[in-house]
Design a binder for this molecule. Structure first.
Ligand SMILES: Nc1ncnc2c1ncn2[C@@H]1O[C@H](COP(=O)(O)OP(=O)(O)OP(=O)(O)O)[C@@H](O)[C@H]1O
Length: 372
C-alpha cells in the first residue's frame, strides 16, 4: 500500500452511473479519510443514494473506480467488501432480541460463543444499551432501534459505515439527540462514516466534510465552514444557509476587488478566484449572507451602501430578519443580532444598508431553482 493511501479509507474516481440514458451520478471523484465523518448533501434525486450504494457495492458504476482501504473494489459486490450500510428502514430481525440482532454478523462468521458475548457487550456499551440485551426489538423506541442497527453494523468492524438518511423517520427532538449520539459513537469507535442527508443543518452539525451534489455532480467537497463561507457557486450558496443572490454584471477588476453593477448601482465584490479572471460584461451572482448586511450607523463604514425602506421585520429572539427594498426595487434580506432594548426598524422606515467586498462573493450562476 502506498503512503498516499494510508490515511484514505474510501475513494471514488470519476464514478458514473447511468439510468435510462441519464447520469444519476456524473464523474464523481472524492476521497474520505480514515476516521472522517462525511455527509453527502443535496436535493431529492441528485444522486446521493446512488453514489452511496456504489461505495457500498450494492450498485456497480458504469464508469470509474472505487478504492476501499487502497484496494480496487470496483465490481466487488457488497458482501465481498469490508463496508456496511444502514438505511432509513432499519430491517432489524423482528423475531430476535437485541443481543441476537447485534450478534448476527459474528454468528455468520462462526465466531466462538464467548467472543461473541464479549463483543456484543462491548457494542451494547458503545451505544449505551447495556440494560436492553434481552429486550425484543419490537419493544424498543425509535432511538433505541437506531442504536441497535448501529451496533449491529459496527460489530464486524467495517472499514466504512454507510448511512442512508437513517434519522429521517425520527421526530425532530429525537433526531437532534441521535445526531449527537451518532457523532459520539463515531468518535469513540474511531470509524469512517458516510452519511446521506438532504437536511443541510444535519450535515453542518455532524460532518468533518460535506459533499454537495446536484444533478449527479459533486459541486463542492469541503469542510462546513468552507462551504458556508466560500461556496463554489450560487447553488451551493443558496442551498446552505440564507443568502441574497443578486444578478450583477462585471465592470472591471479593481485593486480592492471586482467592480460590478446592478440596476445602475456600482458595487465592489470579493471572490474565491483571482479578480483578473472576471471579464468585463460577464454576468454573475453576487452572494451576500443575510447576517453580513449592516444597517443604519453600522452601514456607514461599509464600502458598499444602498438606501432602502423596510418592507418586513420578523422577530427571531436573538436576531431580527428584515426584508428591505432599495430605491431601485432590489429586495435584500438582513439578519441583525438583537439585544433587549436594541434598535429596531419598523415597516415603512427608511434605512441605509451596507456590506463589505469580503462579505459579497461573486459566484458562477448555476441556477438556484429546486431542480435536482
Ligand atoms: N434503480 C434505478 N433505476 C432507474 N433510475 C434510478 C434508480 N435509482 C435511482 N434512479 C434515478 O437516479 C436519480 C438519482 O437518484 P438517487 O436515489 O440517487 O437520488 P437521491 O439524491 O438519493 O434522492 P432522494 O433524496 O430523493 O433519495 C434519480 O433521478 C432517480 O430517479
Amino acid at each position: 500500500m502506498s503512503n498516499e493511501h494510508q490515511s484514505v479509507s474510501i475513494e471514488a474516481k470519476h464514478v458514473t452511473k447511468i439510468y435510462g440514458g441519464r447520469a444519476a451520478v456524473d464523474q464523481v471523484t472524492l476521497q474520505v479519510n480514515k476516521g472522517e465523518f462525511v455527509s453527502l448533501l443535496g436535493p431529492s434525486g441528485c444522486g446521493k443514494t446512488t453514489l452511496l450504494r456504489m461505495l457500498g457495492g450494492l450498485e456497480q458504476p458504469d464508469d470509474g473506480i472505487i478504492l476501499l482501504g487502497g484496494q480496487d473494489v470496483t465490481g466487488v459486490p457488497a458482501y465481498g467488501r469490508n463496508s456496511n450500510m444502514i438505511f432509513q428502514q432499519l430491517a432489524l430481525f423482528p423475531h430476535m432480541d437485541v443481543f441476537n440482532n447485534i450478534a448476527y454478523g459474528l454468528k455468520v462468521k462462526k465466531t466462538p460463543k464467548a467472543e461473541i458475548k464479549r463483543q456484543v457487550h462491548e457494542m451494547l456499551e458503545l451505544v449505551q444499551l447495556g440494560e436492553y440485551s434481552r429486550r425484543a426489538v419490537s419493544q424498543l423506541s425509535g432511538g433505541q432501534a437506531q442504536r441497535v442497527a448501529i451496533a449491529r453494523a459496527l460489530i464486524n468492524k467495517p472499514e466504512v459505515l454507510l448511512l442512508d438518511e437513517p434519522l429521517s423517520a425520527l421526530d425532530m427532538q429525537l433526531r437532534l439527540d441521535m445526531q449527537r449520539e451518532l457523532k459520539r459513537i463515531q468518535r469513540e469507535f474511531g470509524g469512517t462514516f458516510i452519511f446521506v442527508t438532504h437536511d443541510q443543518s444535519e450535515a453542518m452539525n455532524m460532518s468533518d466534510r460535506i459533499g454537495v451534489m446536484r444533478a449527479g455532480r459533486l459541486l463542492q467537497y469541503a469542510t462546513p465552514d468552507e462551504i458556508y463561507e466560500r461556496p463554489a457557486d450560487s447553488f451551493v450558496a443558496k442551498f446552505i444557509g440564507d443568502t441574497n443572490l443578486l444578478d450583477v454584471s462585471v465592470v472591471e477588476p479593481d485593486s480592492n476587488g471586482i467592480r460590478v453593477s446592478i440596476l445602475g448601482n456600482s458595487l465592489l465584490a470579493g471572490s474565491n478566484e483571482e479578480p483578473a479572471s472576471f471579464r468585463p460584461g460577464a454576468k454573475h451572482s453576487l452572494s451576500i449572507r443575510y447576517e453580513y448586511i449592516r444597517l443604519g450607523e453600522d452601514a456607514a463604514h461599509c464600502a458598499n451602501q444602498l438606501q432602502g425602506r423596510v418592507i418586513e421585520s420578523v422577530y427571531g429572539g436573538a436576531s431580527i430578519r428584515y426584508v428591505i427594498e432599495t430605491l431601485d426595487h432590489l429586495r435584500i434580506q438582513a439578519s441583525v443580532p438583537h439585544q433587549r432594548g436594541g434598535r429596531r426598524y419598523s415597516p415603512g422606515e427608511s434605512v441605509q444598508l451596507g456590506f463589505d467586498p469580503d462579505d459579497a462573493l461573486l459566484l458562477e450562476d448555476s441556477g438556484t431553482g429546486a431542480a435536482s
